[in-house]
Ligand binder design. Structure first.
Ligand SMILES: *Cc1c(COP(=O)(O)O)cnc(C)c1O
Length: 396
């Protein structure tokens, strides 16, 4: 089932079963109403500021800049948000919207558990029921986040279909939504899925670039030359890009997870290795095997190993407005350690992919150029895994 709604060039759309149409139509109508409602926006802004700790800082990384000897580097500190990442921006927006729509129950998918924890947090705050679908493999790898979600009052349902990972959790959450749309909102975690999700999630994450622009004008009196972010589904990256898309002199760079390399099968770099396809309700680029089946993806970073990318990124790539580069596990781990040592900031291993690319390009840029890197989350959650990567066994 498809129509022209929610297209980004040839990408996006609504490739969903008939049974889900009513739910997305209801959601789109409600969103179009509330996005222009001053009361809704005032409530959301209060939640952002008082609860999530916005605006997040735009921090001048002076020591990093000096060591690299090139462009001036600023860090957009989404790691300082409540729950430790950008995910809370989207979740507070969707939870508030769901509440206005009269829904009493939130469902969500989660991979590493970060989006599940953010959704469980918003549900606790707003007094809503919460059910999180998580691949069984991931529940074992991320036991601490499963505990957190349950502590916050959510029910966590292990998904055993397929490879029992993130893509299967998305499929299961969509199935559950089809079964129960009366009281339930599906709080989708990235700029993906059928319209209107890629637009809704982008709009809630766009607060990142709105703030960067204002903060940069205040600090430097001009726009940055480069803004960059890591890309899984692409929500923190589109949030970082959005208010700069029309500013053609600002380079937009998305950093994908190459895993063990884009010339291996152990990768999650969708733009660099994927092909056009239709999955999870949208047309976009996906990692696929020779038969067009969704390929298993791999990255050291659990938050980046999704086999697709949001349709708006696919379009920005097609028209050449944004660049998408691939960063390997090894490069990301080096950047994780380097930023920790240099600035005393431990980034999420996802965000370290963007830092890694900045380490490559900053030294060759003039000193009067400016780069902004979005630090999408904090890295405490990754310490045990990175220690293991370095051959050290620590107990959490
Ligand atoms: C989930 C997550 C990501 C990847 O998701 P996007 O939708 O691509 O932003 C990146 N960084 C962190 C810290 C995350 O938790």
């Amino acid at each position: 089932m498809t129509n022209q709604a929610g297209r980004f060039g040839i990408h996006g759309g609504q490739y969903i079963p008939e049974t889900l149409m009513n739910a997305v139509i209801e959601l789109e109508a409600a969103y179009n109403h509330y996005k222009n409602d001053p009361q809704f926006n005032a409530e959301l802004e209060t939640l952002f500021n008082e609860y999530a700790n916005r605006p997040s800082r735009l921090y001048y990384a002076e020591k990093l800049t000096r060591e690299l000897g090139g462009a001036k580097i600023y860090l957009k500190r989404e790691d300082l948000n409540h729950t430790g990442a950008h995910k809370i921006n989207n979740v507070l927006g969707q939870a508030l919207l769901a509440k206005k729509m009269g829904k009493t129950r939130l469902i969500a998918e989660t991979g590493a558990g970060q989006h599940g924890v953010a959704t469980a947090t918003a549900a606790a705050l707003m007094g809503m029921e919460c059910v999180v679908f998580m691949g069984e493999e991931d529940t074992k790898r991320q036991a601490l986040n499963v505990y957190r979600m349950r502590l916050l009052g959510a029910e966590v349902i292990p998904v055993t279909t397929g490879t029992a990972t993130l893509k299967d959790a998305v499929s299961e959450a969509m199935r559950e939504w089809t079964n129960r749309i009366d009281d339930t909102h599906y709080c989708l975690g990235s700029v993906m899925g059928p319209h209107p999700f890629p637009t809704i999630v982008r709009d809630f994450q766009a607060v990142i670039s709105k703030e960067i622009k204002a903060q940069m004008l205040e600090k430097e009196g001009r726009l940055p030359d480069v803004v960059m972010a890591c890309v899984g589904g692409g929500s923190n990256a589109i949030g970082t890009f959005y208010h700069f898309i029309e500013d053609k002199d600002v380079r937009l760079i998305g950093c994908e997870a190459a895993g063990r390399g884009i010339d291996t099968f152990e990768t999650a770099a969708t733009i660099n290795t994927g092909k056009l396809g239709i999955f999870h309700g949208m047309k976009s680029y996906f990692c696929q095997d020779e038969y067009g089946q969704i390929a298993p993806v791999y990255s050291i970073s659990a938050g980046l190993d999704y086999p697709g990318i949001g349709p708006e990124h696919a379009h920005l790539h097609d028209i050449g407005r944004a660049e998408y580069v691939a960063v390997t596990d090894d490069e990301a781990v080096n950047a994780f350690e380097y930023l920790s040592r240099t600035e005393g900031i431990i980034p999420a291993i996802e965000s370290a992919h963007a830092v890694a690319h900045a380490l490559k390009i900053a030294p060759d840029m003039d000193k009067d150029k400016i780069i902004v890197i979005t630090i999408s989350g904090r890295g405490d959650k990754d310490c045990a895994a990175i220690a293991r990567y370095r051959g050290e066994d620590i107990h959490e």
